[in-house]
Design a protein. Structure first.
Length: 305
């Protein structure tokens, strides 16, 4: 043993775990809850978290990952903005022997390039949202759709699931569809456009790929003199407290919950891997239930107290 190797040995045995996290941004309440959970759980476990808010730009995420590699962090977590374009930077991480965990949205890349992915089934969320519509709204129904970020798994798969269900029902059709980038402001603006482009009274339901856009759209519907939740049914995904409040107030109808508590399963996997466990599944699923006005008040209280 040289002095140097002794020093290195004692460092790796004692050093605390450092994790780099390239987050999408702070476009929605759900995302903010997820970021806070990642920070809180890291603190609880004595893990140092290097957090990068990528402002919905993949280029920023790739730059953050490159920095994490240069810092020689113990693990890298990516919540990808879009699905494509990840292979080169993940190859770099692999060459540096740094494990990568994919959270939430998916990527199109070789499975060998990451350790595991922790996420819900977004197709299933779209299916559940559409099934609520099929079961609760009678007769012809003209739907307007606010899509999430173009190229993101959450938008692609939720759209796929919803369409799969309504395609079997001739009475239900999507008459307008546009992205509002998962944000409340854009949700309001795009809904205003929909209400101008269509006869507002002919719109039966809004299908929004997240609560944040739905909340913006609810505002637009009110300003147009219609009753959200009644004249236009509001269907969405995430289950953030503000949306539970909207359901309790009768201005929104249904949401499919998405669990923002991804910190514990993420650090579990990282700690297992770093202690030598090689038996880690490629996909770890989180699940969520459908919530309606029926339990909205109590669910709101539970989530905010
Ligand atoms: O539904 C939305 C967000 O990727 C599943 O991204 C996520 C989505 C979530 O900002 O609110």
């Amino acid at each position: 043993f040289t002095m140097m190797s002794l020093l290195l040995f004692s460092h790796s045995a004692m050093a605390e775990t450092v994790v780099g996290f390239a987050q999408v941004g702070s476009e929605s309440g759900w995302r903010t809850n997820f970021s806070n959970d990642m920070r809180d759980e890291a603190t609880r476990r004595g893990i140092t978290l290097k957090f990068a808010d990528s402002q919905q730009q993949q280029a920023n995420q790739i730059r953050a990952v490159r920095t994490f590699i240069a810092m020689r962090v113990d693990a890298i977590v990516v919540a990808p903005v879009v699905e494509t374009g990840w292979t080169p930077i993940l190859r770099q991480a692999q060459r540096s022997n740094i494990p990568v965990i994919i959270l939430d949205r998916n990527i199109r890349a070789d499975e060998d390039l990451y350790l595991t992915r922790i996420a819900s089934d977004f197709v299933e969320e779209g299916v559940k949202a559409a099934e609520w519509l099929v079961d609760n709204v009678q007769g012809e129904c003209r739907v307007v759709e606010l899509q999430g970020t173009v190229g993101s798994t959450a938008a692609i798969d939720r759209g796929t699931g919803f369409n799969r269900v309504i395609d079997a029902h001739d009475r239900i059709s999507i008459v307008r569809s546009q992205t509002a980038e998962f944000t409340r402001n854009r949700g309001k603006e795009v809904m205003e456009n929909f209400l101008r482009a269509e006869d507002p009274r002919s719109i039966c339901a809004l299908w929004a790929h997240n609560d944040e856009m739905a909340l913006g759209a609810i505002q637009a519907i009110r300003e147009a003199g219609l009753r959200p939740g009644q004249d236009i049914r509001i269907i969405s995904v995430d289950g953030i407290p503000d949306y539970f409040l909207a359901m309790a107030n009768g201005v929104a109808n249904v949401t499919v919950e998405l669990d923002p508590h991804l910190g514990a399963p993420t650090y579990d996997v990282i700690q297992r891997y770093l202690s030598g466990d090689t038996d880690i599944p490629k996909l770890i699923r989180t699940t969520g239930d459908v919530f309606t006005q029926a339990t909205a008040e109590e669910e709101y209280q539970r989530r905010t107290q």
